[in-house]
Design a protein around this ligand. Structure first.
Ligand SMILES: Nc1ncnc2c1ncn2[C@@H]1O[C@H](COP(=O)(O)OP(=O)(O)O)[C@@H](O)[C@H]1O
Ligand SMILES: Cc1ncc(COP(=O)(O)O)c(N)n1
Length: 516
């Protein structure tokens, strides 16, 4: 019986993975992530990490029986997830316990082979496992396990997988979750089939997106225990699958942030939840900066930066850069005005509005000074004639280069999100990266003996602007504060926006070489 609103008490009967990504460790995290209370009876211990299993130890089956008895003699169990059992004796022990206690939800993940290829089930235990399957409401084999249980070749297509799942369901009387994780292609579909269901055999089919990651250690464990938990609450398998599949996709997407191990790493079970320990001031911004370490190194290695510093940057590249900078600043000013409009405090509103104003001043200054010295590169000289602005002023969008246009479009899309935090994160790299690159260039330049007659010396001199450095510090602090207030989902969107803008910053510095 589903107990709407109550916290499901969920027991995992499985093997231990000391590296925390699979087995009971993954189960307990998944159960908690789905709002359940997790318990675990340990059937086997493995020595394993993200690269493979090095040893397996199976305690006597009587000890497993004692654990099961200790739990069920005291606690009402709303759902059971069964994972690695290891031996025929352990399987028979669980079967006897299930027959006696008949828990309302039983999900059985017939663990036979780890993602790493190591066997997790004794050779002589397959028959005992086959006899346990009818005790479960739902079976969740991956495709190699589905094939092994049916003694058939591994399905090569989704259609073959669905048909094989139906045969297993017919044979066992249990519903089967057919999982597409082991197929190739951009999709990662799952389907719930039940050969004996009155409404037809396919209860639900969900076409998921395949996440490009090698961190798939424990996905089967995590999905099956999450499903058992949500099913105990909803009593609706199709709805439970929809909820858990979306959560798992998020956990796979965020898995790289864990940085656990060098092989098939674990998924981030709590990617969606607030951290219990609040972030200290500056910590969120620091993590954004750390996320883009690779992009920053790529910017430092660009020919544009080295050539500007050495004075060997072709004149045409410099002129293209200035033109695009002026065009960019105009679009960026409109974006900062939108950040100001969304700002939660008057202090922030004023800060971003001043930024929007300053962009237009710098743009005008560029036209007055630098661009007037490069008459061949006025904004309307790059192909299409500039439109006359209604007031007779400069037209501003006619000659945006491809990178400038893509960058500004990305920022405008971030403004359409309507989130102050996300838009501030999208706007921040233009301050932060420009300030860092400029400060490094300026200090190296100032140390040169021939700085006085450097062709780009005057331009490099503009990088030593203390007012801009101060504005950058404030932009960082405001974005950091917005990040610390944001939900886990909004923080993830901020990270994506910050990363995308940083990549555009890199492209912007490289654009003269490619498009001038
Ligand atoms: N790269 C991936 N991207 C998205 N979902 C995935 C990916 N790999 C596996 N899944 C999903 O993870 C779950 C476990 O699938 P699978 O890998 O087939 O099982 P197992 O972990 O038991 O080998 C399924 O819902 C599957 O669709
Ligand atoms: C203790 C234990 N149980 C199960 C698995 C299978 O993991 P996966 O979910 O990746 O198939 C594992 N590697 N270790």
């Amino acid at each position: 019986m589903a107990r709407a609103g109550a916290i499901p008490r969920v027991l995992s009967i499985a093997g231990s993975d000391p590296s925390g990504g699979a087995g009971i460790q993954a189960d307990l995290k998944s159960i908690a992530a789905m709002g359940g209370y997790g318990m675990a009876a340990i059937a086997a211990l493995t020595a394993q990490n993200t690269r493979g299993v090095t040893a397996v130890h199976t305690p006597p089956a009587e000890f497993l029986a004692a654990q099961l008895e200790a739990v069920s003699s005291d606690i009402e169990v709303d759902a059971v997830k069964i994972g690695m059992l290891g031996t025929a004796e352990a399987i028979r022990t669980v079967r006897a316990w299930l027959e006696r206690t008949r828990p309302p939800v039983v999900v059985l993940d017939p663990v036979m082979i780890a993602t790493s290829g190591d066997r997790l089930l004794a050779d002589d235990a397959e028959e005992a496992l086959a006899a346990l399957l009818p005790q479960a409401h739902l079976l969740t084999p991956n495709l190699p396990e589905l094939a092994a249980l049916l003694k058939e070749p591994v399905p090569a297509t989704w259609e073959e997988a669905l048909a094989a799942g139906l045969r297993l369901s017919e044979r066992t009387g249990s519903a089967v979750l057919v999982k597409g994780g082991h197929l190739d292609g951009a999709d990662c579909p799952d389907a719930l089939v039940d050969a004996r269901h009155e409404d037809g055999p396919v209860l639900a089919e969900i076409g998921g997106r395949r996440v490009a990651t090698q961190n798939t250690h424990g996905t089967g464990c995590s999905l099956s225990s999450a499903l058992a938990t949500v099913q105990a609450r909803t009593g609706d398998w199709a709805r439970s699958l929809a909820v858990t599949k979306e959560w798992l996709e998020g956990a796979l997407t965020a898995s790289d942030r864990l940085e656990v191990g060098r092989g098939h790493g674990p998924v981030h079970h709590f990617h969606h939840a607030e951290a219990a320990v609040p972030l200290a001031p500056g910590e969120f911004a620091e993590s954004l900066w750390a996320d883009i370490a690779k992009v920053r190194a790529e910017i430092d290695a660009l020919p544009f930066v080295a050539e500007l510093e050495a004075g060997t940057l072709p004149e045409a590249h410099f002129a293209y850069y200035l033109t695009q900078d002026a065009l960019y600043l105009n679009g960026y000013s409109r974006v900062l005005a939108r950040v100001s409009a969304l700002a939660p405090t008057e202090e922030e509103q004023l800060f971003w509005a001043e930024g929007a104003h300053a962009c237009l001043e710098v743009e005008a200054e560029l036209h007055r000074t630098w661009l007037s010295r490069h008459p061949t590169v006025a904004p309307d000289a790059a192909g299409s004639p500039a439109e006359a602005a209604p007031t007779g002023g400069r037209a501003v969008t006619a000659a945006q280069g491809p990178v400038t246009k893509a960058y500004v479009d990305h920022l405008l899309a971030a403004s359409a999100s309507g989130s102050y935090a996300v838009l501030a994160a999208a706007a921040l790299p233009c301050y932060w990266i420009y300030a860092e690159v400029g400060a490094a260039l300026h200090s190296r330049h100032a140390a040169r003996s021939d700085a006085a007659d450097h062709p780009y010396g005057a331009w490099i001199g503009t990088y030593a602007d203390e007012r801009f450095a101060e504005a950058t510090r404030r932009a960082i602090a405001f974005t950091d504060a917005a990040g610390r207030r944001a939900s886990a989902g909004e923080q993830e969107a901020m990270r994506e926006a910050f990363m995308a803008s940083s990549v555009y910053e890199r492209e912007f510095f490289d654009a003269p070489r490619r498009h001038a």
